[in-house]
Design a protein around this ligand. Sequence first.
Ligand SMILES: C[S@@+](CC[C@H](N)C(=O)[O-])C[C@H]1O[C@@H](n2cnc3c(N)ncnc32)[C@H](O)[C@@H]1O
Length: 224
Amino acid sequence: MTQMDAAAYESWYETPRGRWIGAREVALVIRALQRQSGESLLDVGAGTGYFTRAVGASNGHADAATVAVDINSAWMQYAQQKSMQSAAMAYAVADARHLPFADAAFDLVMSITALCFIAEERRAIEEILRVVKRRLVIGLLNRHSLLWWQKGRNGGSGGYAGAHWHTASEVRALFHNLPVKNLKLMTAIHLPSASRCAKVLEATLPATMGTGAFMLVSVEPQQS
Ligand SMILES: C[S@@+](CC[C@H](N)C(=O)[O-])C[C@H]1O[C@@H](n2cnc3c(N)ncnc32)[C@H](O)[C@@H]1O
């Protein structure tokens, strides 16, 4: 991903299209996490903290510990400033491939469209698995989607430049031989235009349909 200013990245989530896409993705992440009261949450590759804030404070979880890490210190600083009001949210600079946390330190871990920018994604997954106790949820870009055709081909454009777009079979292969169970895949954002028609269609399609641009995989550690 080309280096982008944090405020410029975050401002996309304030556009009508970005607001709709962001809200759909947040809803899917919340649904997949099934966070219980008091459960801690780690956000890996949190960027400007959009998902950290939206998911971390959802359903009355504002007081449960939520920690966000990212390799980009300027973005972490921006994210921290954005959530000054919430004492339960902590931000740190860290590499997803070497997380500075003890084994099983978090009940839940999420990582949203970050692994698509990490060459050693399997290493990052192993590391995330090491620190999670109950469930991990990873958001990726779906190669079999209309958005890939529009923004992902030939190296990608804008914020998608350099991203890897996964297929469902690539995602399953990523977890092959790792100590996980109950792998589930869901997708959202089938028509990325955010038109009225796209919104109506989106509301009628099941999350199990494999053509949404946002692909969410949820797995549980074997021993949980
Ligand atoms: C497209 S942004 C996603 C940010 C945020 N999760 C969101 O969805 O708005 C990808 C993020 O992955 C981060 N990233 C890339 N490589 C990383 C690594 N090795 N460790 C931690 N974060 C990384 C980038 O700095 C960037 O913030």
